[in-house]
Design a protein around this ligand. Structure first.
Ligand code: NAD
Length: 498
């Protein structure tokens, strides 16, 4: 498949700058780092690393825009601009597709259906939400009998720092930028150092639709002792929204404590799939295969632990093996590719180290456990096999730790209470998928598994108006629909004596 690349995209894909105050700017210290193609392992771009001074310039640009033109726009005018952003992403759909797949190595077929459309939709949904969100009103009695009227006013918080990960770069970043802007804030975004391209390209879109300069800023770089830390420590940042690892959340929370800044965290997971013997077997297999192998297993909602009721255990394991082995591992542009490479050498090595550990611990390797054979042109890429294990103890690191690769451990259970106990035996609480045709059981089990998101007979089916977020160490707060509005605005009460 051939996609026309604009010269702007070609230059972005070879030299990725920061986007500050409505303009692309290089690193003030001429510091750069390399962006690698996951398919070949070769460098394809140089990225400008934002220094502390650059981050300060970006935060000041955001602060000025907040106090200036952007702050004086009506809700309707803001919503219209956000619709234009979404429309322009759709008009430049193929360019976003190329940029996203170049950074991540994910199949075009996947990004075309999920990442890019959701990237656009995230602006429209929150433009609609902000136009329709109600505020509370309470009429109270007073001793003089006249009463008083209380009403809520929602106002933006100011400058929001957005820190996003590499697994769904455009989708997860716009999931925060959409509501932040809809509510009238301005943003400084730090995308993952692995995947800066679509976030940076979005800067061009902002200029094209007439977004006031400084409303949307991008600073590229790393976390600790780099751009991410400079941004989260910056005193003029009013709130921080972060998606990434739980351990990174801990550090960011410490930085947010200085100045008592609010945080919204979407963190790691070690999610359980629970398959009952009364499930629709084909539905459960298709859903579990997706929840384990989609995006090469690099989905926070993925089910790396699968618990299957004993009577169907052998059949389930054998048929999931067939599905794993039927996945075509290949390059993004091949429309028949079912699974691409891992995002980075580091992530690939991490996943392979778990594959080695599972072998050392005596896991039964049902399939995979290594590196696939690839054509010579791609042997430098970050490839791993889809992998299934059984037979490990519950306290093994394979079952306890988030691997974030295309792999799962499957374990049998006998009783419903046992399945619930096993599913809850983790410090995380992001999501679960329950497979059963018994509706009473589905409701019962859903309420007992300690997670923010439960799917029954489906996985990753999202209505963007619903709440999204994790329990336990998988996050703080909820985003989605009006829940995002809660985080991105300050609710004030006005009490008017009648
Ligand atoms: P990560 O925590 O390593 O990095 C995420 C972002 O934080 C990157 O932009 C990184 O540069 C930045 N960062 C790192 N250290 C920082 C610091 N000290 N200060 C400020 N910023 C810092 O996560 P990752 O490896 O990019 O993403 C994978 C993780 O994200 C997994 O744990 C996954 O479960 C989680 N995730 C969660 C959700 C969710 O919705 N709960 C969604 C996607 C990914």
């Amino acid at each position: 498949m051939t996609i026309q690349q604009s010269s702007a995209l070609q230059s972005l894909l070879s030299e990725t700058k920061n986007f500050i105050g409505g303009e692309y700017v290089g690193s003030s210290a001429s510091k750069t780092f390399e962006n690698f193609d996951p398919v070949t392992g070769e460098v394809f771009a140089t990225v400008h690393e934002a220094t502390e001074e650059d981050v300060d310039t970006a935060v000041r640009a955001a602060s000025d825009a907040y106090r200036g033109e952007w702050g004086s726009l009506t809700v309707e005018a803001r919503a219209k601009l956000l619709y234009r952003v979404a429309d322009r992403i759709n008009e430049r759909f193929d360019e976003f597709l190329v940029a996203e797949c170049r950074d991540t190595g994910k199949p075009y077929s996947l990004a075309r259906h999920i990442d890019i459309p959701r990237g656009a939709a995230n602006f429209k949904i929150f433009a609609d939400v902000i136009r329709n969100v109600p505020t509370e009103t309470f009429r109270m009695e007073t001793p003089d009998g006249a009463g008083a009227l209380n009403y809520g006013v929602r106002l933006p918080k100011g400058v929001i720092a957005v820190i996003s990960p590499w697994n769904l770069p455009l989708l997860l970043m716009t999931w925060k930028v959409g509501p932040a802007l809809a509510c009238g804030n301005t943003v400084v975004v730090k995308p993952s150092e692995e995947t800066p391209s679509t976030t940076t390209l979005l800067g061009e879109v902002m200029v094209e639709v007439g977004m006031p300069a400084g409303v949307f800023n991008v600073v590229n770089g790393f976390g600790t002792n780099s751009t991410g830390e400079f941004l989260t420590r910056h005193p003029e940042v009013d709130a921080i929204t972060f998606t990434g690892e739980t351990i990174t959340g801990t550090t960011i929370m410490q930085n947010a404590a200085v100045g008592i800044r609010d945080v919204s965290f979407e963190l790691g997971g070690k999610n359980a799939g629970v398959v009952f013997a009364d499930c629709d077997m084909e539905q459960a297999l298709d859903g579990t295969a997706r929840s384990v192998f989609a995006n090469c297993g690099q989905v926070c909602l993925g089910t790396e632990r699968v618990y299957v009721e004993r009577p169907i255990f052998d059949e389930f394991v054998s048929k999931l093996k067939d599905r794993a082995e039927g996945l075509k591992i290949g390059i993004p542009t091949d429309e028949t590719t079912g699974m691409g490479p891992m995002v980075s050498r580091q992530q690939c090595e991490k996943v392979l180290s778990y594959y080695d550990k599972a072998r050392e611990l005596g896991a039964e390797i049902i399939t995979g456990g290594g590196v696939p054979d690839m054509a010579e042109a791609y042997t430098g890429g970050f490839w791993v096999q889809p992998t299934i294990w059984t037979g490990l103890a519950e306290d093994s690191p394979i079952v306890k730790q988030e691997i974030f690769g295309p792999c799962c451990h499957i374990q049998p259970f006998d009783l419903e209470e046992e399945a619930i106990r096993l599913a809850n035996d983790t410090k995380y609480g992001l999501a679960t998928a329950i497979w059963t045709t018994n509706a009473s059981r589905a409701h019962r089990v859903a309420e007992k598994i300690d997670v923010g998101i439960t799917w029954v007979n489906c996985w990753f089916l999202r209505d963007l108006r619903t709440s999204f977020g994790g329990a336990k160490q998988s996050g703080i707060g909820r985003e989605g629909g009006v829940h995002s509005i809660d985080f991105y605005t300050e609710l004030r009460n006005v009490c008017l004596k009648l």
